[in-house]
Design a protein around this ligand. Sequence first.
Ligand SMILES: NC(=O)c1ccc[n+]([C@@H]2O[C@H](COP(=O)([O-])OP(=O)(O)OC[C@H]3O[C@@H](n4cnc5c(N)ncnc54)[C@H](O)[C@@H]3O)[C@@H](O)[C@H]2O)c1
Length: 334
Amino acid sequence: MKRFLVTGGAGFIGSNFVRYFLNKYPDYTVWVLDALTYAGNTDNFHDLWDNPRFAFFQGRIEDAALVDNLARNVDCIINFAAESHNDRAILDPETAQKTNFNGVGVLLEAARKHQHVRFHQVSTDEVYGSTDGEFKEGDPLEPNQPYSAAKAGGELLVRAYNVTFGLNTIVTRGSNTFGPYHYPEKLIPLMITNAMQDIPLPVYGDGKQVRDWMWVLDHCIGVDIALHQGKAGEIYNVGGGSERHNIDVVKGILAALGKPETLIRYVTDRPGHDRRYSLNTEKMEALGFAPRRDFEVLLEQTVKWYVDNEAWWRKIKASDDYQNFTKKWYGDRK
Ligand SMILES: NC(=O)c1ccc[n+]([C@@H]2O[C@H](COP(=O)([O-])OP(=O)(O)OC[C@H]3O[C@@H](n4cnc5c(N)ncnc54)[C@H](O)[C@@H]3O)[C@@H](O)[C@H]2O)c1
């Protein structure tokens, strides 16, 4: 495997992955296919344009002709492309289905046709639903949100292509990820940037939801390990092992910025909001995966990145799309 098609590579995790991957493997070539939706941003790989082993193509993963043309020239497809925001998928489930389900089907068809060495689907712990215990890879999928249901559907297509057609597939189910280039609609970057702007920090419900946080570089390493060492047809949980209540994360951000907790506004909870995610990662650990557990240190580093990269997120927050979404979604959540 030397030539890779990385879909969704202009987004948060995808762009971090492409940078990590090109640095780590000097003989690899990476082509990024990305639709540049509201969440895709070529600024996220501003430092990669001059790299002769990197190329960018704008387009949708549901575009079969385009995907076919690219896929015939690579050994492996790694699919990060998704409508990744729960709130947006509640407002517009159809778009989430198109990308997270139909798009995966188009990529799988191209992989089947061109006899790929490997197809890697980047999935999420949200496909399991909510838990008081911990999720293992064989547990039933009980997604509760339009986003996670569409992701679960995409994963099941991957499984079917492995079983029916013998396609060499891998699925990783990642936990909540954070770090640089995270679009400022998700919990951590939203809270950091709102606090920097001295505007209210909207916290859903009682703020006691639990998420298992993973540093973005660890997510990239997890995908790398599973891609290179994972067994065909297998699924791997990739978790950070750092469970925190949302409200404690928010308070940690305010403390790091020296801002008052009076900025916190409790707002109507997201419908169908999962209470807690928790991953058993023994299968990945057996392959050598060992994520960083110093969450508070990494959170401070993330805060610093947003302080140092104000122009990046201010441009996004000033966009019509961002403003319209925020008005529509938070306008009703008093
Ligand atoms: N962020 C997390 O905490 C997290 C956790 C676990 C798994 N994941 C999964 O990781 C992947 C990446 O997540 P992210 O947070 O980087 O998302 P993101 O929203 O930041 O990036 C998604 C990228 O996909 C692109 N895209 C969207 N629809 C497309 C389409 N139809 N065709 C081509 N490109 C399209 C967007 O332009 C964007 O660049 C997703 O598959 C997501 O489900 C994310």
